[in-house]
Each structure stands twice: as structure tokens, then as C-alpha cells.
Design a protein around this ligand. Structure first.
Ligand code: MLT
Length: 404
């Protein structure tokens, strides 16, 4: 008789955004006349930039001719894309990352979930609390997190690093030593970030204790302040301790197109074994690459026209962020984030829990956000709004929230 991976049974509830979608669908079916504004999941709403559309069209045409047709992509991704990334995202920032240290994938969500596979199940993970749920859930599936305490909503073998208003939503070095440290800056969900010297402390710490940092930089395009690092490789010593995850979803609107990449420097080793070769082995075995068409679209992100158009797109969303931040502040809410990230983090009013506020806003303002507690226990009483809506919807949502 077969057995299942019963680690899956330990997972409490369903994936956060699936739970929200079900609740919103149920409400909308019961109230078909209500116009709901969705500022929950961080999904983009602006169309792909013209430079990207042009690259997609060209690549589609190439696929229609025998001479320019492309079958399976190379394991690590096409050289043209990996070189464009190395040049623009790393060398231009003074970081020493080579094209062959970059692995192209179909997005950072998969990579952030899959990367744990190359580590022993004995490893102890440390996560920010609140945190993007994928990091924890995928470690649960792998059997790395111990038992779940349903009252406290924590796993026995996970080190939680609370990110609260008192520490500016930035984690402190943990008391217990972890093996794997998940960091995401600019942060999802709190919209906060850390300065380069703070990230340097993490890199020094990881090198000292022999831990690996899994650094999710999916929101780096939203950084507006000087001294906020765009990549962990701006820090000295990061090549020896850090893996970086990057996405095209948020900087270029590829949530429905799918493209991302992971950087593993060749220096990153466990004894004599390089993590680069382990990930290359996994990638080659389990993955057949992002489509040629999509990789060409990714290349266009780095063209002069692509860069200019995407700068405008990011500015569009950041105007929304500013509108939400200032609008809710004026209305008396305690709000943060939204300066270097497309997320606004607010305290639920009148002592409401995160889910109570979710229901309250859905029913009274017909606005959907994300309950902070869905990201971890320290997110309780907080609420996240995304700046990825249209400007008109963002303005309308803020007015509605002010009015309830
Ligand atoms: C979010 O809303 O947290 C993100 O959209 C999730 C994701 O990028 O997968």
C-alpha cells in the first residue's frame, strides 16, 4: 500500500492567497451588485511595456520558421539573457556575478520553494515574522519544521525573527543559530527595508556561523532611497554565503508571463561541495527551462526602451503607494512601507484582528487586502494593501476605507 508524504498533512489551512480568493468569491457571489476592489495579492495590473510586447512578437515569429525555431532551452537559460542580467543587475552595481552563476527559471516563487531541496532536512531555518508563506510551507512539506503549535501558530523547529514596529520591521540577529536564513528586502509583506550596513551585518553573521542566506530581492526595482542595497552581492563576503532570488513579475509585470532567476556564486560551498553544482544538477534534472519567447521578453527588460518604459511603470505603482500611505495616514491609520516597496502595512483599527478587519473592509468598503496574521503570528492586527492596482481603483479604495 502506498504512503503519502504526510508532511503535507501538517500544513494548516490552504495557501494564504487561495483562502482569500475563496472568501472573496463567496462574498461576490452572494453580492453580485457590489464592485469589489482587489488590493490583496500583489498581482500587477498594467499591461506589458511596448518593448516587451515587441520582443514577444519577434520571438513568436522566429518560432514559426525552421531556421529560427527553438526547442528545449539550455539548462541554465539562454546566454543572451544571463549576460544581460549579469551586466545590468550586477556589474553595473559593482557586483562580481558572472553569467554562468545565474539560473533562469519560470519565477521566484518556484525557486524560493524549491531551493530548500539542496539542503539537508536537518537544517534549521530562520524566517522573518511576518513572512512570505512560501518559505515556511515548502520547508514544512520537506519535513524540516517540527510540529505545529496551532495556538501560537508557530513551528517547533523554525526560528522566528519578529519584525515589529519597535524594530522598524527589520529582523534582529537570532539568539539560536540557524543554518538557513530567509531574508526578503524590500520586504513582503511589511514593505519595509534595510540599509546596506544592516545587510552587511547579516552577511558577516552568516559567514561567521556557517549559515546560508536565501535572499529574495523580488522587489528591488521599487527601491527609492540611497543606501538601500539592490542586491546582497553589494555586501562584502556575500559570494561565500548568499543565494539571491529575483523575479521579473514585479519590475516588468511578468506575473502571467513567468520569468525569474536564482544566483548561486561558485564560491558558495559546503566543505568541498559547491551549491552551484547541486542546483545545476537539480535544474537539469527537474526543469526544462523558461520558454525561448519569454526569455527574449526578459532580454527586452534590459534594452534602453525597456528600461525607460519600466521605470515609468514602477513610478505608476509607486504613485499608488504614496496615495495609500498618505491617504490612510491622514485618516488616522498607523501606516508604514510604501517608500521602497509596493506594499503598505497598516495597523487594523479599533483593536480588530487582521481577519476581522479583512471581513470588515470586504463587507463595508468592498475592498480586499491581505490579513497580516496570514504571514505569521507577528503580523496579527496588521493588514497589507498592495500598490499594484490601477490608479483609479487605488484612489477609490482609499476613499472607501476613509469612509467606513
Ligand atoms: C504576494 O501577494 O505576496 C505576492 O504576489 C505573492 C507572490 O509574488 O507570489
Amino acid at each position: 500500500m502506498f504512503k503519502i508524504n504526510d508532511n503535507y498533512l501538517k500544513l494548516p489551512g490552504s495557501y494564504l492567497f487561495s483562502t482569500i480568493a475563496k472568501k472573496v468569491n463567496a462574498y461576490s457571489q452572494a453580492n453580485p451588485e457590489k464592485k469589489i476592489i482587489r488590493l490583496g495579492i500583489g498581482d500587477v495590473t498594467q499591461p506589458l511595456a511596448p518593448a516587451i510586447i515587441e520582443a514577444l512578437h519577434n520571438a513568436v515569429d522566429e518560432m514559426g520558421k525552421a531556421e529560427t525555431f527553438h526547442g528545449y532551452a539550455p539548462d541554465l537559460g539562454y546566454e543572451f539573457l544571463r549576460s544581460a542580467i549579469a551586466e545590468n543587475d550586477y556589474k553595473a552595481r559593482g557586483c562580481d556575478i558572472a553569467a554562468d552563476e545565474i539560473f533562469i527559471s519560470d519565477g521566484a516563487k518556484c525557486d524560493s520553494g524549491n531551493i530548500q531541496e539542496i539542503f539537508s532536512t536537518d537544517n534549521k531555518i530562520a524566517v522573518c515574522d511576518p513572512v512570505y508563506p512560501v518559505y515556511v510551507d515548502t520547508n514544512v512539506m520537506a519535513g524540516r519544521t517540527g510540529t505545529y503549535d496551532a495556538d501560537k501558530e508557530v513551528w517547533s523547529d523554525v526560528i522566528y525573527m519578529p519584525c515589529l514596529a519597535e524594530n522598524n520591521f527589520a529582523p534582529e540577529l537570532p539568539k539560536e543559530t540557524p543554518d538557513l536564513i530567509y531574508l526578503c528586502f524590500p520586504n513582503n509583506p511589511t514593505g519595509s527595508t534595510i540599509m546596506k550596513e544592516q545587510l552587511q551585518e547579516w552577511v558577516d553573521y552568516a559567514n561567521k556561523v556557517g549559515a546560508v542566506i536565501i535572499y529574495d530581492a523580488a522587489y528591488e526595482a521599487y527601491i527609492s532611497q540611497e543606501d538601500v542595497p539592490h542586491t546582497i552581492y553589494e555586501c562584502d563576503g556575500a559570494r561565500a554565503c548568499a543565494i539571491e532570488l529575483r523575479s521579473f513579475s514585479k519590475n516588468a509585470g511578468f506575473t502571467g508571463v513567468r520569468l525569474g532567476f536564482t544566483v548561486i556564486p561558485k564560491e558558495l560551498k559546503c566543505g568541498e561541495t559547491s551549491l552551484h553544482s547541486l542546483w545545476a544538477r537539480r535544474h537539469g534534472t527537474k526543469y526544462n527551462g523558461a520558454p525561448y519567447i519569454v526569455q527574449r521578453a526578459g532580454e527586452a527588460v534590459y534594452s534602453a526602451a525597456g528600461k525607460a518604459q519600466l521605470k515609468e511603470q514602477v513610478a505608476y505603482y509607486m504613485r499608488n503607494a504614496k496615495y495609500i500611505l498618505e491617504g490612510l495616514k491622514d485618516a488616522g491609520y498607523t501606516v508604514s512601507g510604501g517608500v521602497d516597496a509596493p506594499y503598505i502595512w497598516l495597523k487594523a483599527p479599533k483593536g480588530m484582528s487582521s481577519w476581522e478587519f479583512f471581513d470588515y473592509l470586504l463587507e463595508n468598503a468592498n475592498v480586499v487586502g491581505t490579513p497580516g496574521s496570514g504571514f505569521g503570528p507577528s503580523g496579527e492586527t496588521y493588514f497589507r494593501l498592495t500598490a499594484f492596482g490601477s490608479y483609479e481603483n487605488t484612489v477609490a479604495a482609499v476613499e472607501r476605507i476613509k469612509g467606513v
